[in-house]
Design a protein around this ligand. Structure first.
Ligand code: SF4
Length: 279
């Protein structure tokens, strides 16, 4: 019999649950509700909200009597002002933990060069950069740290995207310190991420196969997959039970399951149910 171990920290984080609750609440009360980009990075959540009348938009144009939800990842300040000028009522579903990062970055920017450890194209990183007076430097990986990028900086404050991996942060900081010895780290990775990443460092050691569930656009899911894969090569990243392959479980006795912070529980349950039916 195949034993399935679902990680305690699997599934929605506080910020995602809050953004979905805000959206569900609005869908019953307001008409013409729009969200800029994905409310959270999960295709099932986006589809569910679409069915409730909340449509995703990619750019802001003039409108009347419409509401715009800012996603859990946040957005640059300019997006808020543009939306209001275009006639939207803006409802801010930015995660409070992301707003904490804004506050820290804004406080530090007067006396430091701000460096963000994060994915340059991610909405959260764009949102953080968009709160600041001067353009910050974004570093994704240790190889991004170069003298050319950091030249002339004497004092730097390094903040992190909420879903960063501590190993990546440490490796990047080691390189930064060789160029800017006084650079100081303000680790703004959120607590949910830390708990999930701790769990995903144990789960792959205790199970033969690991399933990471979440959309390919989800930064925190990607991180969970990368950590798990390094520890247990039999780690598979799936969006739902439709991507499962029976052969993965051929010689397995124990399967560990971890869902990203934006993956709904019903998706995880359907994955567990399908795997259970294999043996
Ligand atoms: S991962 Fe953390 S910062 Fe990001 S939405 Fe969830 S609780 Fe908020």
């Amino acid at each position: 019999m195949l034993k399935i171990n679902v990680a305690k920290s699997s599934g929605f984080c506080f910020g995602v649950r809050r953004a979905i609750d805000i959206s569900n609440d609005l869908s019953g009360k307001s008409k013409n509700v729009r969200v800029l980009g994905d409310i959270v990075h999960n295709s099932f959540v986006v589809r569910d909200l679409k069915k409730k009348g909340i449509k995703k938009i990619r750019s802001i144009r003039k409108t009347k009597e419409s509401t715009l939800i800012i996603s859990s990842h946040g957005a640059p300040k300019k997006v808020f002002s543009t939306a209001r000028q275009c006639g939207y009522k803006v409802v801010d579903a930015t995660c409070p933990k992301v707003k904490d990062i804004y506050r820290i970055a804004k406080r530090l920017e007067n006396t430091n060069k701000i460096i963000i450890i994060g994915d340059a194209g991610h909405d959260e990183v764009k949102g953080i950069a968009g709160q600041l007076k001067k353009r910050p430097i974004t570093l994704e990986k240790p190889v991004d740290v170069s003298k050319r990028k950091l030249t002339g900086i004497k004092k730097a404050a390094v903040i992190t995207q909420s879903t960063q991996d501590i190993e990546n942060i440490t490796n990047i900081m080691n390189r930064i310190h060789k160029i800017i010895p006084k650079a100081r780290l303000y680790n703004t990775t959120c607590r949910t991420t830390v708990v999930k990443q701790n769990d995903i460092r144990t789960l792959p050691k205790e199970n033969d196969v690991i399933l990471i569930i979440g959309s390919k656009t989800s930064a925190n899911t990607k991180r969970l997959y990368q950590i798990s894969k390094r520890i247990n090569p039999s780690t598979y990243w799936i969006e739902s039970n439709k991507s499962l392959k029976k052969i993965w479980f051929k010689n397995a006795k124990k399967v560990g399951v971890m869902a990203g912070a934006s993956t709904p529980d019903h998706i995880t349950r359907s994955v567990v149910k399908t795997v259970r039916e294999y043996k």
